[in-house]
Design a protein around this ligand. Structure first.
Ligand code: SF4
Length: 105
């Protein structure tokens, strides 16, 4: 077992390839496409991965009326139906940019 201690491919008892590690270890809330849609009475999480071209950097929160105007009603339901903060990241996961990364770009 000692030979596995420093091996980055091993995660517990599973072998995880480096390109899949982020997808397995992270949750939707860590993704840059995860945002909070603010309504009049409630705030719902959502995923804007499909509409990522609308922003250079998706906002953390967005008013529901603004999002509704940008994508339409059908797409709004699609957005809020995904992006459960506790769900495992999907294949489209992109890590959230830190402020340091944003300033560098
Ligand atoms: S469903 Fe995928 S793309 Fe959307 S927030 Fe979650 S990990 Fe990111």
């Amino acid at each position: 077992m000692i030979i596995y201690n420093n091996n980055k491919l091993w995660e517990g008892h599973r072998v995880i390839l480096p390109e899949f590690r982020e997808k397995v270890a992270y949750k939707c809330r860590d993704c840059r496409y995860h945002l909070l849609v603010e309504g009049k009475e409630e705030v719902r999480p959502g995923c804007v991965e499909k509409y990522k071209d609308l922003w250079t950097r998706p906002p953390e929160t967005i008013p529901v009326l603004l999002l509704l105007r940008m994508v339409g009603e059908k797409s709004l339901w699609e957005i809020v139906s995904r992006g459960d903060p506790e769900a495992r990241a999907c294949i489209s996961f992109q890590r959230k940019l830190s402020k340091k990364d944003i300033l560098r770009k």
